[in-house]
Design a protein around this ligand. Structure first.
Ligand code: PLP
Ligand code: COI
Length: 355
């Protein structure tokens, strides 16, 4: 039984909804009217509140700023065809948030606080959920350390917050990606599996260099020998080879994506063989060369199902199939959308209906 939590709500008196152009929604630039905040102090989460979206006042010495003791999550709410608003699999994000918190020596956030704070915020700002194909309300929960102390040690105080904002598609085009064989995103024993802010800071330079070379994204490989494929930028990666769905198995270097889990569940449901295992770069290049690789794509909350059409490796550029011909990716995207927008029955129980 889920306990109901108490959240104090202060509504805005100046909604920005009517000034927001829902026909032009670059990712992460528009924020809904309200935000959620909870404070961790004396070993418990308190002062659960929803307030108008706005700036914070913080000490410049907080350890989140100096030592990166902070992580985030990402999930989406969708406007269903019957007018309901549904949040997609929020308990999976709650579970992952607590894996991140544990790795970064931060306090756990009870799953009910995580999910109900999001649900209350989305409910209050439900008019911000776009009513349009491929659009949604992006939800950004995050936690950060707030002790004003420069010693390198876990903070004793934290804030957990949630922002939301309307978004369209994250990638507007097919992806030309480079297999990265110099930089690494994460390493064994590290914290690549956590949604730690620092993982993203470290990815900026490699991504910028790849973009200078004309690529859109990177395929990350293992830090030891750059022999095995791990992820695609800020998404997981999947391939269809000989009709089978192949994806790197999760480990401490790879983020356990909710979309990845969802796509694997759909594939298994359809009777498609799924292989979660180490995936060698050499295997992928070979499968492209001999025509066995028919699809490659990124999977993530922001990315949804993002087709990869070109892969660069060691100076060679390999062309993949036309995305319109890709049976698995197209069927998966359609089914996912049909579930997320409430077009077909939610037989997996993935939608958390706000009402
Ligand atoms: N991998 C990384 C590094 C990510 O940032 C994301 C995005 O959240 C994913 C994978 C995909 O995870 P999810 O499907 O839960 O969004
Ligand atoms: C998400 O898909 O939610 C992500 O975290 C990607 C984001 C870094 C833009």
């Amino acid at each position: 039984m889920t306990a109901t939590i108490d959240i104090q709500i202060t509504k805005t008196t100046a909604s920005r909804l009517s000034e927001t152009d829902f026909n032009n929604l670059p990712f992460g630039k528009h924020f809904a009217d309200h935000m959620f905040i909870a404070d961790y102090e004396g070993g418990e989460w308190k002062n659960l509140r929803i307030v108008p979206y706005g700036n914070l006042s913080l000490s410049p010495a907080i350890s989140a700023l100096h030592y990166g003791q902070t992580f985030f999550e990402g999930l989406k709410a969708y406007k269903h065809v019957n007018g309901n608003v549904g949040i997609f699999r929020p308990y999976k994000n709650a579970e992952r948030a607590n894996h991140s918190a544990q790795r970064l020596s931060m306090p756990a956030i009870p799953e009910d606080i995580f999910v109900q704070s999001i649900a209350a915020l989305v409910d209050l700002d439900r008019n911000w959920v776009p009513d349009k194909a491929n659009h949604s309300l992006y939800i950004r929960p995050f936690m950060f350390a707030t002790d004003a102390a420069l010693g390198v040690q876990p903070s004793s105080t934290y804030k957990f917050m949630v922002l939301t904002g309307p978004v369209g598609a994250y990638f507007s085009k097919n992806l030309k990606v480079k297999i990265e064989t110099n930089y690494s995103r994460s390493c064994e024993g590290g914290f690549g599996y956590a949604k730690a802010a620092g993982n993203y800071a470290g990815s900026l330079l490699p991504s910028a260099e790849a973009m200078k070379e004309g690529f859109d994204q990177l395929i990350w490989t293992d830090a030891k020998n750059h022999e095995y494929i791990e992820e695609l930028g800020a998404a997981n990666i999947m391939f269809i080879i000989n009709g089978r769905l192949i994806t790197p198995s999760t480990r401490d270097t790879i983020l356990k994506g909710v979309t990845r889990d969802t796509v694997i569940a759909l594939a298994k449901h359809w009777g498609i063989e799924v292989e979660e295992r180490r995936v060698a770069v050499a295997e992928i290049i070979q499968a492209i060369k001999n025509g066995q690789l028919t699809e490659a794509f990124g999977v993530g909350t922001a990315a949804t199902i993002a087709p990869i059409t070109e892969i660069g490796h060691e100076g060679q550029l390999y062309q993949l199939s036309d995305p319109s011909t890709r049976e698995f990716s197209n069927k998966t995207l359609k089914t996912l959308n049909d579930i997320r927008y409430g077009v077909i029955p939610d037989e997996f129980g993935w939608n958390y209906i706000v009402g």
